[in-house]
Design a protein around this ligand. Sequence first.
Ligand code: 3SL
Length: 238
Amino acid sequence: MINIEVVLSPALLHLTNVKDCNVVVIDILRATSTICTAIHEGAVSVKAVKTPADALKLKELGYLTAAERDGLKLPGFDLGNSPFDCMNGMVTGKHIALTTTNGTKCIEAVAGSGPRNVLSGSFLNLEALAGWLVNDGHDIVLLCAGWKDSFNLEDTLFAGALAESVKRKAPCRIDCDGTLMAMDLYGCASGNISKFLEKSSHYKRLSHLHHEEDMKFCLQHSVFEDIVGLVDGDMKKI
Ligand code: 3SL
């Protein structure tokens, strides 16, 4: 049976053994949705880096640079953290170096802990990802990026949606209270996820920055089939 554990914040990651697990990093608004979109739009790879300076160093090697802090694109970078920055051929055939406030930090943090795979989670590829996890059959850790180490609603909601989908497809062991709570939360919100999230802190933060279209895009359900995961240190189609 596949065990499903939800880590509600990166600050809690040290309490979970991710060794040999498939870890799904979740930053629904917007980093992991944007990574999935970049790969779907033909980017060869997305490297999650810690600092803007790390990203700029990779420019010399031909990478497109992408940087966000507190919801804003940083000046001097090719791209921000919007899925729309990855469209219209902008990233096709390119390698991208991306740094964001929370999501890319989680990818880096978990990569060194011996996971079987590190995958990028999004509503955009939810059903395909659930199917892939079931086929692979290993235990699953769903790592919510949250906001600056705090819990958030949108990542937890997605963790619940993914756990539900995996559970529908295969026998699972779910005795982690975080997973049970995330699934219940998804049950409350699944009728209208956008409406449910309107009260959330990051929804309000991104609304103030006029990123409503980004949120609408990121909350689409299962419109991509791509599975995106770490291969030799870079997020790629797997
Ligand atoms: O924190 C992150 O990784 C970002 O996704 C935050 S934002 O949506 O770009 O504000």
